[in-house]
Design a protein around this ligand. Structure first.
Ligand code: 3PG
Length: 214
């Protein structure tokens, strides 16, 4: 899968909803209920971070939830890419980008949102054909103002920013033309996931799904 094909697919996934929940799943028994609540609330694209031992099994379970499009986040190595694809991930997200990670996604046919923040990083990925990128860590890298500024010289790259985004500041991001969607963990608070408070998570998802985009 070429970088251009990956970016096309990534744009389709970003178009599904204004927010992609970023999920850290400690207990695999919560995976199905969590995915159902988020999808029911209007957030079909879900990023399960590979940061816990439960993550790959959670992806497997969530991949079967109707209406969901489950991806793997925190991809750092080619082995992560292979494992994510095997578990049923339909897209990948990485905090940055290395040549070996990009090659693994091309070889495995996994659409990737590769991470970048500086003009040089964004240009490096664009040169390879990636026109849809993750902007991470968003708030500490200049936030919405930095993405707006990158859109001046590099308008052909569009972003999914994540890191430090919440209902308080998400509006600043979503009003920008070069932002397709935002990622964030606030729609799945750890205490609500642990206690299985799916009504609360569905309500948070519904609120996020209704956010206007540029
Ligand atoms: C992450 O890497 O955890 C994501 O960027 C989400 O960040 P957040 O928890 O600040 O939303």
């Amino acid at each position: 899968m070429t970088p251009a094909q990956q970016s096309l697919k990534a744009a389709e996934i970003c178009a599904l909803a204004p927010i992609v929940p970023v999920l850290v799943i400690e207990d695999v028994s919560r995976a199905e209920g969590l995915a159902r609540a988020l999808v029911a609330g209007g957030l079909p694209a879900l990023e399960v971070t590979l940061r816990t031992p439960a993550a790959l099994e959670a992806i497997q379970i969530m991949a079967d939830v109707e209406g969901g499009v489950v991806g793997a986040g925190t991809l750092l190595t080619p082995a992560d890419v292979k494992a994510a694809k095997k578990a049923g991930a339909r897209f990948g997200v990485s905090p940055g980008a290395t040549d070996s990670l990009l090659k693994a996604c091309e070889d495995e046919g996994l659409p990737l949102l590769p991470g970048a923040v500086t003009a040089t990083e964004v240009m490096g990925l664009l040169e390879k054909g990636y026109t849809v990128q993750k902007f991470f860590p968003a708030e500490t890298s200049g936030g919405a103002a930095a993405i707006r500024a990158l859109g001046g010289p590099i308008p052909q790259v569009r972003f999914c920013p994540t890191g430090g985004i919440s209902m308080k500041n998400v509006g600043d991001y979503l009003k920008l033309k070069n932002i397709l969607c935002c990622g964030g963990s606030w729609v799945a608070p750890a205490d609500a996931v642990m206690s299985g408070d799916w009504a609360r998570i569905e309500a948070l998802a519904r609120e996020a799904a209704a956010l206007p985009r540029a």
